[in-house]
Design a protein around this ligand. Structure first.
Ligand code: NIG
Ligand code: FE
Length: 421
């Protein structure tokens, strides 16, 4: 058993079974001077340290005692939008963007997603696993215990399956929990440029059925955007995915208002992601459909774009908002969810409490795993992180540093830097 006690604040995020919206997003269920008792993989009890249940005689406990330290415990971050399997970085494109070139201009010059595709096709699965493992370790070190992982840099049957099999392998051998998404509709690869329709057909007729047959992807995603996939192409892909039993997610309204949010609502997608250009009509449609708005403010930040998603209007309209990193080598090269909280608060005017809700329990809802993770409640998986701060407000306030000093995944201490606290 593992006992964590004398923690200045335990942010339990306890509460109902649906995604948090409106004022609920500000309720963190804080227990001051808290404790959490863990048996095996699960949380047995959480509450004030003084109310700890009596220990059974001779029970063996491993103890983390926060007495005299500044520690805040919260659920491990659930990062519900990442692209973690790639073969190389694109720092050269970053250099160009710093000199004023736009993401789309660079893509037009043969860079962008297709540059990552060229690199990935050359790589072996072992190379992909090794690089991704390094990044998974970094995610954990920054307090993330579950990620969604997209394919999308293969763009051929063989290479998309190579990525999904890499993700399957990472699932097996890792402390990090991964949820896989097929993103074959990320871009049209060079060999299909003269016939987009044939590529969409290849996704619908070959890639989706193959991924479904091998049980490699729980979700399917589409980059619905001017210059990438139209609403009609996106719909065709997503309908085929639904038929194959996959859940739906969409990259929507990232660089322009392209119709992805309305499509997400029409199809009842679990999540519409990005949404920088979403307007009030989109927000109403998402609310009505019960689709979660997953905001990725790190990408506007990293691309140097002035426009952030209208988080306030979404929260006021009652749309459940999740936050994720969008970790990828092109538009957003960070896996630090703490930094995403800072950007969400300062640039989108989310409160720190709303941002934490968005990055934990609502992220879990966006992956439909909130019944077992995303909050510190009896019976749930013990996915808990300890931040070296006296108050949770300091997690986004003191930004660009890693406050995380311990990570517990399914009851195991997987990161322990407590001596530095
Ligand atoms: O979410 N928008 C599409 N996909 C990524 C960028 C991928 C890339 O540039 O490699 C995103 O921002
Ligand atoms: Fe993305």
């Amino acid at each position: 058993m593992l006992l964590i006690k004398n923690i200045r604040q335990v942010l339990t995020l306890r509460g109902g079974a649906s995604p948090r919206s409106g004022g609920e997003m500000r309720e963190l269920g804080i227990v001051e001077h808290g404790a959490v008792l863990i048996r095996g993989e699960r949380i047995e009890w959480a509450g004030p340290t003084r109310d700890l249940p009596a220990r059974p005689p001779r029970a063996r406990f491993q103890v983390i005692d926060g007495v005299g330290l500044d520690l805040v415990a919260l659920p491990g971050f659930v990062d519900s939008h990442t692209h973690p399997v790639f073969a190389g970085t694109r720092a050269d494109e970053y250099n160009l963007r710093c000199q004023g070139k736009s993401y789309q201009e660079i893509a037009g010059l043969g860079g962008g997603i297709r540059a990552s595709v060229r690199q990935l096709r050359e790589a072996t699965m072992d190379q992909l696993v090794a690089r991704a493992q390094r990044h998974l370790r970094q995610f954990l070190q920054h307090g993330t215990t579950t990620i969604e992982a997209k394919s999308g840099y293969g763009l051929s049957l063989q290479d998309e399956l190579k990525i999904l099999r890499t993700i399957a392998k990472l699932k097996a051998g890792n402390r990090m929990e991964l949820v896989a998404t097929l993103l074959a509709a990320h871009d049209v690869p060079d060999e299909y440029r003269s016939s987009r329709a044939r590529y969409v057909r290849a996704i619908v007729e070959e890639m989706i059925p193959a991924a479904a047959r091998e049980g490699l992807a729980q979700y399917c995603d589409v980059f619905c955007e001017t210059g990438y996939f139209t609403v009609d192409e996106s719909r065709a892909v997503l309908l085929a995915a639904r038929k194959a039993g996959m859940g739906l997610r969409i990259h929507a309204e990232q660089l322009s208002r392209s119709g992805g949010a309305m499509l997400a609502a029409e199809l009842g997608a679990v999540s519409a992601d990005h949404l920088e250009w979403a307007d009030d009509e989109d927000i109403r449609a998402l609310k009505k459909a019960g689709t979660i708005a997953t905001l990725l403010p790190g990408s506007a930040f990293n691309l140097g774009l002035p426009r952030y998603p209208p988080a306030r209007r979404m929260i006021e309209a009652g749309v459940p908002v999740a936050l994720a990193t969008d970790f990828n080598p092109g538009s957003c090269f960070t896996l630090n969810m703490q930094l995403i909280l800072s950007i969400a608060c300062s640039q989108m005017k989310m409160t720190p409490a709303e941002a934490i809700t968005a990055a934990t329990i609502n992220g879990a809802h966006a992956l439909e795993i909130a019944d077992r993770t995303g909050s510190i409640e009896e019976g749930k998986q013990a996915d808990i992180v300890l931040m070296n701060v006296p108050d949770y407000l300091e997690i986004p306030y003191f930004f660009g540093v890693n406050h995380c000093v311990a990570v517990i995944k399914k009851g195991n201490i997987v990161i322990n830097n407590l001596e530095s606290a």
